[in-house]
Design a protein around this ligand. Structure first.
Ligand code: APR
Ligand code: PHB
Length: 394
């Protein structure tokens, strides 16, 4: 088989890229190692920046998001039993975010792709990306396994959207790759529960016992997280223990109350910051989690993936229309600038709100001073609101 753009991975990065290319009349093939049901069930974060919402709408993938998504104009910071609301539109000149789960974004994009897009092959595992070292004139190819047979997809370009554990990053020679990494000595224990959210916006809480986040999936489903030690097994925590701990960490001096309900899912997410440079090698382009990971505190993972594929699609369309390759050549530098801003913000939010196992009373005081600054200086608060709602796409 041959195509213009071979896309490895049908997460949000690969699926949105396929949609953007289809809209531009550029043919592409998506290879996904898992089956459709698995991809559509995977639980991930659910905050869409203003720019992500705009891109999904423009790509014709926003109809259900606009019906079922929950627009949010702010978040609440909680510390010292106090509450502080960050008002996004007031601080950013009108920007807000949308609460709509990543898994729903994927379902919408899969349905569109299967209805009128190019080929999307499930249970098609990419084994290797080849032909990158043979000069500009040479076309890369993806070796993959599908229905028990090994096949080759010849491409003009390969975009690796295959997540952190995929194969595409490995095709960049070791001498070329540079990686930057930080792991955190804690993770997030996440629950889904059939109970209306106890607050109408997300609550990010700093507490001496550790971080807590109150989020939601819909007006009837709560999503909540607790900072837990690295290596924690979700089954070590009973449902009652999770609710008791959320109660402790979210407690305020006013009459606010946490509503409990049946827990329908429980899992632990590790926390990591990671960047691979460059994000392009020859005709291979890395996008989304294949190139970078952020800890979930800033809710940037999905939005960064969207930024990467929008940058690639616009650069390729520009090349088609003008013959100029400059924007494709600048792909890595353009993306990395935005990626490092998101890394900085996610790191700042993580270290602002979590209590590491070695935290000293000095560290606690610094965290509280940083929170005090954000909640009393409009400049500091605007900086948070601007980063949270997202920087403009290139
Ligand atoms: N061949 C084909 N597909 C593969 C291969 C392979 N060898 N390896 C991995 N994949 C698939 C995975 O099964 C997955 O469906 O690639 C897809 C990668 O999707 P994601 O992990 O969702 O990554 P991405 O699309 O970059 O989205 C980033 O996901 O992890 C979250 O927080 C992150 O929200 C962010 C988003
Ligand atoms: C979520 O609802 O899953 C969520 C929300 C905000 C975050 C991270 C995760 O910062």
């Amino acid at each position: 088989m041959r195509t213009t753009v071979g896309i490895i991975g049908a997460g949000p990065a690969g699926l949105l890229l396929a949609r953007l290319l289809h809209e531009a009349g550029i043919d592409a093939v998506v290879l996904e190692s898992r089956d459709r049901a698995y991809v559509e069930r995977r639980q991930r974060a659910g905050i869409l920046e203003q720019g992500t919402v705009d891109v999904l709408r423009a790509a014709g993938a926003g109809a259900r998001m606009d019906r079922e998504g929950l627009p949010h104009d702010g978040i609440e910071l909680r510390f010292d039993r106090r509450r502080h609301r960050v008002d996004f539109p007031a601080l950013t000149g009108g920007k807000s975010v949308m609460v709509y789960a990543q898994t729903e974004v994927c379902k919408d994009l899969i349905a569109l792709q299967l209805a009128d897009g190019g080929p999307l092959l499930f249970e098609a595992e990419a084994l290797a990306v080849e032909g990158l070292e043979e000069g500009e004139s040479e076309r890369p190819r993806i070796r993959y396994r599908h229905e028990g047979r090994e096949e080759v997809l010849d491409c003009d370009y390969v975009v690796g959207c295959d997540g952190f554990w995929g194969v595409s990053r490995k095709a960049v020679p070791q001498g070329v790759s540079r990686t930057y990494e930080r792991t955190y000595p804690f993770g997030w224990l996440g629950i889904l529960a059939d109970v209306p959210p106890s607050h109408d916006e997300l609550v990010y809480a700093r507490h001496d016992r550790g971080f807590a986040l109150l989020s939601m999936r819909s007006p009837t489903v709560t999503r909540a997280y607790l900072q837990v030690p690295e290596g924690t097994d979700a089954h070590d925590w009973s449902d009652t223990e999770v609710w008791d701990e959320l109660d402790r960490r979210l407690e305020t001096d006013d009459a606010w109350k946490l509503e409990r309900g049946p827990v329908t899912a429980k899992s632990v997410t590790p926390m990591r910051s990671y960047v691979h440079e460059p994000m392009r090698h020859g005709r291979l382009f890395l996008a989304g989690d294949a190139a970078h990971i952020v800890p979930p505190t800033g809710a940037k993972g999905l939005n960064l993936a969207v930024g990467d594929v929008v940058t690639f699609a616009r650069a390729l369309i520009h090349r088609r229309e003008t013959g100029e390759a400059a924007r494709l050549d600048a792909y890595s530098a353009t993306c990395l600038r935005r990626v490092w801003q998101a890394e900085r913000f996610s790191y700042a939010m993580t270290t602002l709100l979590h209590r590491g196992p070695d935290a000293t009373p000095f560290d606690d005081r610094i965290q509280l001073a940083r929170l005090d600054r954000i909640t009393t200086s409009r400049a500091a608060e605007t900086d948070l609101a601007t980063a949270y709602t997202g920087f403009p796409l290139d």
